[in-house]
Design a protein around this ligand. Structure first.
Ligand code: ZN
Ligand code: ZN
Length: 409
């Protein structure tokens, strides 16, 4: 465990210095699954060493979540802790940074009534909307890191005894998060530069659309007007440079909500708020999902799509090469933070303001006019593989190859 202990230290350092870029005197709101206490404490230590004025640590308990679904009164599922989520929004407005440790059981709610799951998610999303807006608009610096909890490890390595599974998952997390190097903070700076050069290339190209072709997929994704590509580190409105996701391999931008045509098939199962959705097949017309199927979890998928009008449209398109370390491990993590970085992906729902030039200043109406989608949900799902080809389509209709067989051209 000593080796894991020193790697946890490294992960905590990367989380605080690269993930958050935490500033002296800045407050931090940290959420973590109960099992992740060892990492949460190390991050707390690093945050105070970096000069944080106050770290507020909130634990989430999967068992307690399950007890609600087993025993709560019917009306419970339209309720959310508004006081807490509003309070978090207040803290972000006042300048607090936000770090989430993920690692909850990916299949926790897969046996529960999908209607209750959807209602609970919707109530929470509504109460969390103001806080989420402050996060997605990069009002403050924020980040997400992972902890190898036993329930998650058992799902990823079902044929191993639990201690072995946990060790294997840690190894995968450390590798994916570039911690298996002597100086992870410098390694991350170099990785951020590599992503930035890809972002610069795509921004200078200003494609009108991307064309995805692969088994079960022939999809044209129009891009929002004045779209901007992003990837790796970003600068928050408070001036802090941070990495929203540890790990991260993607470059991404905003699709045009009315200009998506064709059909697309998922290449990896999606773990969505405790349920698994597999073999998704979706058809788009004029940007809108007109048909959605899934071999497993179709109920959960279709209910998510009914959240609001924007839920049936795309809010993100992202390119990830099949050579990324996460893709090369060939593992299914059942966790979007990792799986979305193993494959090119698209997301139903909310678009990021940062994906539009001047996006931070635009009203809802102006965002919509440029094609940026708005919704209470944002669900990434994976469409990339070693069989995926991607072309960039120019405004005058020329196709330029971007990816062949999942690799950058
Ligand atoms: Zn993404
Ligand atoms: Zn996304």
């Amino acid at each position: 465990m000593n080796n894991t202990d020193s790697l946890l230290d490294k992960l905590a350092q990367v989380a605080v210095h690269i993930g958050l870029g935490l500033r002296e005197g800045q407050e931090l709101i940290l959420t973590a699954p109960l099992e992740a206490a060892p990492l949460a404490r190390k991050i707390t230590e690093q945050a105070y060493k970096a000069g944080s004025s106050l770290v507020t640590l909130l634990y989430e308990d999967d068992e307690a979540t399950l007890l609600r679904f087993q025993h709560a009164h019917e009306a419970s599922f339209d309720q959310a802790p508004r006081w807490l989520l509003e309070g978090m929004a207040d803290a972000f407005e006042a300048g607090a940074a936000r770090l989430a440790i993920v690692g909850n059981d990916p299949a926790l709610l897969s046996g529960q009534d999908p209607q209750k799951v959807a209602r609970a998610n919707r109530a929470r999303a509504q109460a969390y909307q103001r806080a989420l807006e402050l996060i997605t608009s990069h009002h403050i610096n924020w980040s997400i890191v992972a902890y190898a909890s036993p329930a998650w490890a058992r799902q990823v390595f079902p044929h191993d005894p639990e201690p072995v599974a946990v060790e294997k998952l840690w190894e995968a997390i450390f590798k994916a998060s570039r911690l298996d190097t002597p100086d992870p903070v410098s390694t991350w700076k170099a990785h951020n530069q590599a992503l930035q050069s890809r972002v610069d290339y795509l921004n200078q190209k200003r494609y009108a659309a991307l064309h995805f072709k692969g088994p079960g997929t022939d999809l044209v994704v129009g891009l929002a007007e004045g779209h901007r590509w992003g990837g790796g580190s970003v600068q928050a409105k408070n001036g802090v440079v941070f990495n929203p996701n540890i790990p991260t391999e993607e470059v991404f931008t905003a699709p045009h909500k009315d200009r998506v045509e064709g059909y697309v098939r998922s290449t990896k199962p999606l773990s969505y708020q405790g349920s698994l959705i597999e073999d998704i097949e979706v058809r788009f017309e004029k940007g809108r999902v007109v048909e959605a199927k899934a071999r497993r979890g179709a109920d959960v998928l279709n209910r998510a799509l009914e959240t609001d009008e924007g839920a049936r449209r795309l809010g993100e398109v992202a390119l990830v090469p099949h050579s990324s370390p996460i893709a090369q491990m060939g593992l299914l993590f059942y966790n979007t933070l990792f799986d979305e970085n193993a494959a090119s992906h698209i997301a139903f729902g909310q678009a990021y303001r940062e994906c539009l030039h001047g996006g931070g200043q635009l009203s809802s109406e102006e965002l919509a006019a440029r094609g940026a989608n708005q919704s209470l949900i944002h669900i990434d799902w994976m469409i990339g593989s070693e069989h995926l080809d991607v072309d960039g389509l120019t405004a005058d209709g020329r196709a330029e190859p971007l990816m062949r067989g999942g690799a950058w051209v």
